[in-house]
Write a protein that binds this ligand. Structure first.
Ligand code: ADP
Ligand code: MG
Length: 1034
């Protein structure tokens, strides 16, 4: 195709539309708020954490598809009111689709891109769901309508092709042959620019035909996704419609390419951990999308007159293929789709920013003319000349036989050439139609089968790919598995699918499923190993993650919609079987669940199938590593013991060497993508040159191996040593339970807090304070003593390991560590650190009274370096005492602890009560003394003076006993919080668990009761004694 210079028209900006979809189930469950608003074509987004922070964007079009609609009987989403603001598929098509069609008919290239995060409605807008047809099918409907309407003036040819770009590989979605490994090649020609070599282009002459091709393409996409266990949200789907119009009268041919692109999800995997991964996967995951962003940025800069040296079209497959659409010969429209939910704020804002940049790009579209058609034109012109010469020869009456013969020969040749050029299309079309009829027959056959037999229906994470594959279970016995040689088999492919995976039996109108030994089969969330009878709408998971819905006999089917059994439903069921659930809400959709818990739950069910797949790949590649999901309790490293925040991590264990890594969610997701790549390569190599299993994978250098990481110290668990006693200068000796992130007991740690003088000499009982505020402005010295660790689970599991304890106090940003101890299950630590506050502030006092020092147990493994205390920003005296004074005494921020559990709050109330009792006692004491003094008239003062210390000391002792008992009450509370049923517990297990739970609860309340009771008694006794004494004296 070469643009005609005369057609050069002025610059044409990329047109941009934004569309907001309704809340999805997750967002409704989370009780999401809408943070997007729209007024005509301007759109405003509000930061949910800072409602004053709003940003507005103005686009060419803005579509409100969030509310004001209902679903009519045919399933169509329609506006509630005729002139309501709801934008349905039709109104979007009218603005965007009609324009593209118009452009194409005029001979311009046109491109439509859908951009947005996964689940924001790209495919809904582009392709559509069921009766709610999207832009592509509507465009085809109208295109063929226009073609039929203009039959007199022009002859039209439409070619359709459909491809997917995944991990920089181009997959032809219409090709029936086996896929070439590495995908199709991109080539470049001067005239054509970049194109995909060998891509199948199918001639079409009806919208129905196009729709069926799209169905076929989606099916290929679905099977490719399961075979390669690839995630469709990471791939781009690209449809190219070539429209050729031959205006025979005018002797012009116009050709235009319409690119319709459903882009990969725009969300970026933000690393939630602090670590940056050793392997740079961020760019590899979607080079095409990143490059598209770079190209758009560069072009936007060009548009505002900035100097741009290079536009990186050549950096990715997608940008090569879209070169003409971006700053070139195309009229381009981008539809940016977003969710209006508060939880999607960051992503939606980033989508809007992206769209705003795209808006600035300027293209130079031109009408295209084809050289082939010019050839026909030239041939026809030549024929006309030849005919003229012939007739002249005739008129001249001269018999020039030879010349006439030659001319006639030339004429026939030309005619033949013209006919050949023109019939080629007819031939192609005929072939395509035959092919299409075959496909059509298949589809009709499939429809008939659906009315006769039970079948299983694929369910994909991407709703667009769900329900595409139907596998029928006809009467008799059928093997399901990789086997496709046997005539009585149903062939499926996917990770963890065995040669013969399971057997379906369809007998006497009952269908059963029997797994083969060693095959993973899950029915409705439960692993099965015996024959299971299937009911209509049962959920099946075969292998690592091939998910199917069972559709029973036609007589069993009601009008029930299967769409409620989506991918999340399947995964939630499996999670529930593992003991992870949201209670009833996951099924009934009530919105009571805490949003942060909900986020953790959805993270869990998102990662669960990925972990199963990673394990299967590890096994097949002989990697010897095992992956396991863990819910990390962030409370463990919180000095106030808050119990709300949780996060999902993946524990990676090398089975042989017993090395352990903990990966953040983001790191795992990225690594899994790289693992898929390695796995694909391995599969391809195995196909070409089958070797002994594992040999190829061993060849991968370690620094490129996504299954491997250098070993690092691992946080095993934490213990809380509450500091309250220090505020009273009471020594504390504790046996602390070190708890792992899932509540397991990792070790027992013996620790002490010893109030001391500045030289480190322990204080005595007489130094105990009744009122901590006496410390204000004074010096406080104490020592933290870590004596011994006992029963280290980490070392028990593998002897070649060591441990260290890390801790940081008050404002110290850098933790201090004990020296490493190795190979010992009960190592002696004997570590003593002296801390001092020279000028005790209220803030420090508050800290001591409400916080704990978090003692972190770090596990060391063979080959990793010890953790070292960084003394950089630490203040220390020459005697090695750590200073923990308030750096800035004016910034005395109150310590607020709204999330402390009720029990702890109740304890604090008790303490308050006791304090007021104490205060009134002091007052009473004071007045008693005054009475005494006046009574004795300054007589025996010595006795009066001795009264106070003895009374206070009694009181202090009572307090000390109380704080000691409080520490064990607190430990009991922690134990209760972490107490969970084991993963594989059955009904009996659960009953045992609840019994144990009630026992713990009983113990807890008894202990609490006892402690408070004892204190009250002690105080009462002190008061009584005092009264008695004062009675003697008065
Ligand atoms: N405008 C809309 N109206 C109704 N439902 C929508 C709309 N946009 C998206 N959805 C629904 O949201 C889900 C995700 O949309 P989809 O288009 O598949 O997302 P994406 O392709 O961006 O990942 C689908 O179930 C789809 O039906
Ligand atoms: Mg999609």
């Amino acid at each position: 195709m070469r643009p005609r210079a005369s057609d050069m028209i002025s610059k044409d900006c990329v047109r941009v539309a934004a569309r907001v979809r309704p809340f999805n189930k997750r967002e409704k469950d989370a009780g999401s708020r809408c943070v997007v608003s729209m007024v005509s074509s301007s759109i405003t987004i509000q930061d949910p954490r800072d409602p004053q922070n709003r940003r507005s964007f103005c686009f060419d079009f803005a579509y409100w598809s969030h509310s004001g609609f209902f679903q009519d009987r045919s399933g169509l989403f329609v506006p509630e009111e005729a002139d309501g603001r709801y934008a349905d598929q039709d109104s979007v098509f009218q603005d965007l689709g009609e324009g593209i069609l118009e452009n194409a008919l005029q001979g311009y290239n046109a491109t439509l891109l859908a951009y947005g995060q996964t689940g924001s409605g790209k495919s809904y807008s582009m392709v559509g769901y069921g009766p709610n047809k999207g832009l592509v099918p509507k465009l085809c409907d109208r295109l063929f309508e226009a073609i039929r309407g203009n039959q007199e003036t022009r002859q039209c040819q439409v070619f359709f092709s459909m491809m997917e770009i995944y991990n920089e590989q181009v997959i032809d979605l219409l090709s029936q042959g086996s896929r070439t490994s590495g995908g199709l090649r991109i080539r470049e020609e001067q005239q054509r620019g970049f194109y995909v070599e060998g891509l199948r282009t199918v001639p079409c002459d009806s919208a129905q035909q196009v729709e069926q091709l799209m169905e076929q393409g989606t099916r290929t996409r679905t099977t490719a996704a399961t075979h390669m266990n690839a995630n469709s949200s990471r791939s781009h789907m690209l449809i190219i419609l070539q429209l050729k119009q031959i205006f025979s009268k005018e002797n012009i041919t116009k050709q235009s390419n319409i690119n319709l692109v459903d882009l990969a999800g725009s969300e970026r995997q933000r690393s939630c951990g602090s670590e940056a991964d050793r392997l740079k996967e961020g760019t590899a995951i979607n080079l095409s999308l990143t490059t598209l962003g770079n190209v758009i940025s560069a072009l936007a800069d060009v548009a505002v007159g900035r100097k741009v040296i290079h536009i990186p079209y050549r950096d990715s497959v997608l940008t090569k293929l879209l070169q003409s659409a971006l700053g070139g010969n195309s009229r381009t429209v981008m539809i940016a789709t977003l969710s209006p939910a508060d939880i999607c704020y960051e992503e939606s804002l980033s989508t809007l920013r992206y769209a705003e940049r795209a808006k600035r790009i300027q293209n130079r579209p031109v009408v295209n003319e084809s050289p082939t058609e010019r050839l026909v034109k030239e041939l026809k012109a030549e024929n006309a000349r030849l005919l003229q010469r012939l007739s002249r020869l005739g008129q001249e009456g001269r018999r020039a036989n030879d010349e006439t013969k030659e001319l006639r020969q030339l004429l026939t040749n030309n005619e033949l050439q013209i006919r050949a050029i023109q019939t080629l299309w007819e031939q192609h079309l005929q072939e395509a139609l035959r092919d299409w009829e075959q496909q059509y027959a298949n589809i009709t056959q499939e429809r008939r089968m659906m009315q006769m037999h039970p079948y299983i229906l694929n369910i994909n994470e991407d709703a667009q790919l769900s329900g595409v594959v139907k596998l029928f279970i006809r009467e008799g016995e059928w093997d399901i598995g990789l086997c496709d040689s046997s005539p009585r088999s149903i062939a499926i492919k996917g990770l963890g699918i065995q040669e013969r995976h399971a057997v379906f039996r369809n007998e006497q109108r009952r269908v059963t499923l029997t797994p083969h030994p060693g095959s993973r089969v899950i029915v409705n969330g439960q692993a099965v190993s015996q024959t299971a009878e299937l009911q209509h709408l049962d959920r099946l998971i075969l292998g690592s993650n091939c998910t199917y819905l069972f559709i029973g006999f036609p007589s069993e089917r009601g009008g029930d919609e299967w769409s409620r059994y989506d991918y999340d439903y399947f995964q939630s069921e499996v999670a529930a079987a593992e003991g992870i659930h949201l209670g009833e809400s996951s099924v009934t959709g009530c919105s009571q669940t805490d949003p942060s818990l909900l986020a953790v739950f959805y993270d869990y069910i998102k990662l669960m199938p990925m972990v199963a797949e990673a394990n299967q790949m590890s096994q097949e590649l002989n990697k010897g590593v095992d992956f396991k999901l863990e819910i990390k309790n962030l409370a463990l490293s919180d000095s106030k013991g808050h119990d709300l925040e949780k996060e999902i991590v993946v524990r990676v264990t090398s089975v042989g060497k017993k090395q352990v890594w903990i990966w953040s969610k983001a790191k795992f997701v990225n690594r899994k993508f790289l693992m898929e790549d390695v796995y694909q390569q391995h599969q391809a190599e195995q196909r070409e040159t089958p070797t002994v299993e594992g040999l190829t994978s061993a060849a991968l250098p370690r620094d490129k191996d996504p299954f491997w990481d250098p070993v690092e110290p691992l946080l095993l668990g934490t213990a809380h040593l509450w500091l309250q006693s220090l505020a009273f200068r009471i020594p504390l000796e504790e046996q602390l339970e070190v708890l792992g992130s899932e509540g397991t007991e990792e070790a027992i740690l013996q620790a002490q807090l010893v109030p001391c003088n500045s030289t480190g000499l322990p204080l005595g009982e007489d130094d105990i304070l009744i009122d901590p505020s006496e410390l204000l402005g004074r010096r406080l010295d104490f020592q933290l003593v870590l004596e011994q660790c006992c029963g280290l689970r980490w070392i028990r599991e593998a002897r070649n390991r060591g441990v260290q304890i890390g801790f940081s106090l008050f404002d110290c940003s850098q933790p201090l560590y004990t020296p490493a101890v190795w190979h010992n299950v009960n190592p002696l630590l004997d570590h003593r650190v002296h801390f001092a506050s020279i000028n005790t502030s209220q803030r420090l006092l508050d800290y001591l009274q409400s916080s704990a020092v978090v003692l972190e147990l770090w596990g060391l493994q063979d080959g990793c370096t010890d953790l070292a205390s960084s003394l950089e920003r630490v203040r220390m005296t020459t005697e090695g005492v750590f200073i923990i004074d308030d750096a800035d005494p004016t910034s005395a921020a109150g310590v607020n602890s709204p999330e402390l559990s009720c029990a702890v709050r109740a304890l604090q109330q008790d303490v308050e009560e006791l304090k007021s009792v104490n205060a009134s006692l002091r007052k009473e004491n004071h007045s008693l003394r005054e009475q005494l003094n006046t009574a004795r008239n300054g007589g025996d003062v010595g006795r009066g003076r001795s009264l106070r210390p003895s009374c206070d000391a009694e009181f202090a002792r009572a307090l000390k006993v109380f704080y000691h008992s409080m520490t064990s009450v607190r430990a009991q509370l922690q134990r209760l919080r972490r107490h969970r049923p084991s993963e594989d517990s059955d009904l009996l297990g659960l009953r045992l668990f609840t019994d144990e739970q009630s026992r713990l609860l009983r113990d807890f309340s008894e202990q609490l009761e006892q402690s408070v009771c004892a204190l009250k008694q002690d105080v009462a006794a002190i008061v009584r004694r005092k009264r008695e004494r004062s009675g003697i004296w008065s």
